[in-house]
Design a protein around this ligand. Structure first.
Ligand SMILES: *Cc1c(COP(=O)(O)O)cnc(C)c1O
Length: 393
């Protein structure tokens, strides 16, 4: 039996358990099954000529993919969502849908590094100029706007250095100049941050991260508001950057448990970050949910929760100290990405990539992703690591 959702105030937790499924259509199966297919047959010429059926070709739409699109559209309060084969390709489609040759794009200096490389290489090649700005910019963003500016790209907080951008203010200024605002919302997810309601036009996600939740799939999502939906959908179809139904299935499956994973990982990350803040070898903790964070006020105003990832700045030391900290960790893995159930560390060197606002922190940045392990076990692992670091200082 199909149940209608009459109660519009249902919480996201409930919505996530029920939306994007159709047992009636699939023999009572709880989840939308993996629907593989390229060719989709038409009954007759008239239907073929008018593409008069629900699905027409594998690349143009598929039940497994639609299931995820529905969920994200609802969570982001968007007009529509399309899926991409990675988070980075979601960013590519979003930017391509808003820019053309000769345009300028303003990009936060704190964005994920591959976004930067996309701008500096591919966009540059197609005649789009990138101007990076201080992630803590306010009204002054107006001074960077020219008649060529078509797009502003944000990632809030930056997934390495964790500056929170003043989206409502930036979006207000952008609107005045008819500029599109794209934001990468992978960290907080729509459960804790809803950028379209704060003035953004397009929201992208590395679904590879918290949506998937198990470090076993690459995917991205792109959602747009009413004014940007048709241009996004068109760009996405023209580029052919669709997601496979197998991967979409894994994302839909991951999304069902997102609220409990995210909540547990948020709590774990805050606990660990607060503890790290008290350690002598840790100069600073970069976590927007801690009152010590310079952007904590904006965070509290705009977000209802925080993500699983944050960074610390260690007291300066020789490379040897960093290696003995990292190489002997028992629970934290060393690797790119985040969002899975296993905790990770990753060193990074923002001073090598920043342009608009030089990175002045003296000391090693270490990004920490908190998985689903017991927090005291994680603490003990890091405590031993810090001891090794101190011994090699
Ligand atoms: C990982 C990540 C991406 C890219 O996602 P992929 O699926 O690895 O391409 C984009 N933005 C942020 C913030 C990320 O952490």
């Amino acid at each position: 039996m199909k149940r209608k959702n009459k109660n519009k105030t249902r919480s996201y937790q409930t919505i996530l358990s029920h939306i994007g499924r159709d047992p009636q259509k699939y023999f009572g199966l709880v989840n939308v099954p993996i629907t593989r297919g390229s060719t989709i047959l038409f009954d007759n010429l008239k239907k073929f000529e008018n593409l008069d059926q629900e699905y027409s070709y594998g690349r143009m739409g598929n039940p497994s993919c639609e299931s995820v699109e529905k969920i994200i559209t609802k969570l982001e309060k968007a007009a529509g969502t399309v899926l991409a084969p990675s988070g980075l390709s979601a960013i590519t489609s979003a930017i391509f849908s808003c820019t053309k040759m000769g345009d300028e794009i303003l990009v936060s200096d704190s964005v994920y590094e591959p976004t930067r490389k996309l701008c500096d290489n591919l966009l540059a090649k197609f005649g789009v100029k990138t101007i990076y700005f201080n992630p803590n910019i306010g009204e002054e963003i107006a001074e960077l706007i020219t008649e060529k500016t078509s797009t502003i790209f944000l990632e809030s907080p930056g997934s390495l250095t964790f500056e929170v951008q003043n989206l409502p203010l930036i979006a207000k200024i952008a609107k005045k100049h008819n500029i599109s605002v794209i934001i990468d919302n992978s960290w907080a997810t729509p459960l804790y941050y809803r950028p379209l309601l704060l003035g953004a036009d397009i929201v992208v996600h590395a679904a590879t991260k918290m949506f998937a939740g198990h470090s076993d799939v690459m995917a991205g999502t792109i959602s747009a508001n009413k004014s940007h939906w048709s241009q996004l959908k068109k760009t996405h179809q023209l580029s052919g950057l669709c997601l496979s139904p197998d991967d979409a299935y894994l994302i839909a499956r991951g999304l069902r448990t997102l609220p409990i994973r995210l909540q547990a990982q948020m709590k774990g990350a805050i606990k660990l970050a607060s503890w790290l803040e008290k350690q002598n070898l840790v100069k600073r903790v970069l976590h927007p949910a801690l009152p010590s964070h310079p952007d904590h006020k904006i965070f509290k105003r705009d977000f209802s929760g925080s993500g699983s990832v944050f960074s610390i700045i260690l007291q300066p030391a020789a490379k040897k100290a960093l290696a003995s900290l990292i190489d002997n960790l028992q629970l934290f893995g060393l690797g790119f990405s985040w969002g899975g159930y296993e905790s990770l560390v990753m060193p990074a060197w923002p001073e090598k990539i920043r342009i608009a606002q030089k990175w002045k922190e003296k000391g090693q940045l270490l990004r920490i992703h908190v998985g689903l392990e017991d927090i005291d076990d994680l603490k003990a692992d890091l405590e031993a690591g810090l001891k090794r670091y101190a011994a090699d200082l």
